[in-house]
Design a protein around this ligand. Sequence first.
Ligand SMILES: [Zn+2]
Length: 138
Amino acid sequence: MLILGENLLEKMIAHSRAALPNEACGLLAGSIDGAGVKNAEEVYCMKNVDESPEHFSMSSAEQFAAVADMRRRGIVLLGNFHSHPGTPARPSEEDIRLAFDRSLSYLIVSLARPEPVLKSFIIDKDGHSVTEERLVSR
Ligand SMILES: [Zn+2]
């Protein structure tokens, strides 16, 4: 389960809308409790250096700065997010191919409809499974 701290949902949606017509991307960080529940405290919005409506690559300089900020604050990487400007909030074949860590949450913001949809997934490439993760917003 992933719990989003205050305003994080709004922050991801605003970043996704600002990047249109291209995909937007970023990282989520926070803490994991003893039961494995992820508490997201921060969202780092990143530049999509691909500048594409179908692909994304996070700026490496921004990723480096985000990891430095996480270390300073004592929080850990929980996952990442990207937007789908015109398709549903479901991992694409490429999203699954590029997923590298089944402990991370892979969030997708779909802007295909007027009302944005945010979903989180656990992608286990070795087990060939994509599971929707329970997502709660504070
Ligand atoms: Zn995608």
